[in-house]
Design a protein around this ligand. Structure first.
Ligand code: SIN
Ligand code: MN
Length: 225
């Protein structure tokens, strides 16, 4: 059955370098890989630290729901124990995800050695319902300048990729669809970015997600216990 379906599946689309070090690879993940990731994320969403709406220090609550592996993120630091959720130790970062991160860099940078020194140790998994948004921000709680690997499954979104100076223009809006890879490293590692819009109902249930958007960002924290 899968073999038949895969006959109709498209391979990766054309790579686009959005900015130096920032690369979009449409359709990088096949349906099987997307389904496996959805299953893994479902399990992590249950525990040991359940998925939650993150509270912001000034009292707001994010509209995106987040669960982490490897290190637990809360604004604006990483810990092994999720004191702000349930006091449990975060799930381990699996070896297969390190491998996936390395393959992503090889593909994005079209360099067989690009993943050799890459060992991501945390992933933030965000779930967006049709209304969720993510404001412009930098990923800067990591003490490493290694690239961020972003994988998207489910509803298409508008991903806004800006500049390293501030939250305002210039920016480039990219449509991230299910299976897309986006890598930002090098001079683009600390670019402000956000998700201003989800396109509800664009999700293909064959991914294992009936609705909404899942985004996984792998990072190197540069932290040690
Ligand atoms: C993030 O910036 O952490 C997530 C980006 C995305 O959802 O595409
Ligand atoms: Mn981010």
């Amino acid at each position: 059955m899968d073999a038949q379906f895969s006959f109709f599946e498209q391979g990766p689309g054309p790579r686009t370098e959005i900015a130096p070090g920032a690369v979009h690879v449409p359709g990088w993940l096949g349906l099987d890989e997307q389904r496996r990731l959805v299953e893994a994320c479902r399990a992590w969403a249950v525990g040991p630290v359940p998925i939650r709406y993150t509270r912001l220090p000034r009292g707001g609550v994010m509209s995106v729901q987040t669960v982490c592996v490897g290190w637990h993120w809360r604004p604006y630091r990483y810990t092994r124990i999720a004191e702000d959720v349930n006091g449990a130790a975060v799930a381990e970062f699996p070896d297969w995800m390190v491998e996936l991160g390395r393959r992503a860099l090889v593909e994005a940078y079209q360099d067989p050695a690009a993943g050799d020194d890459y060992t991501p140790d945390t992933a933030l998994i965000n779930f967006y319902d049709g209304e969720a948004k993510l404001g412009m921000h930098q990923d800067k709680d990591e003490k490493s300048g290694a690239p961020v690997v972003s994988l998207s499954i489910g509803d298409t979104c508008v991903f806004r990729f800006g500049n390293t100076e501030n939250r305002t223009r210039p920016w480039t809006d990219v449509e991230l669809a299910s299976g897309d890879l986006f890598v930002f490293g090098g001079p683009s590692r600390f670019v402000y970015h956000g998700v201003p819009k989800i396109r509800p109902g664009t999700c293909d249930p064959a991914t294992g997600l009936a609705r909404g958007r899942l985004n996984i960002t792998m990072r190197v924290t540069g932290l040690t216990d």
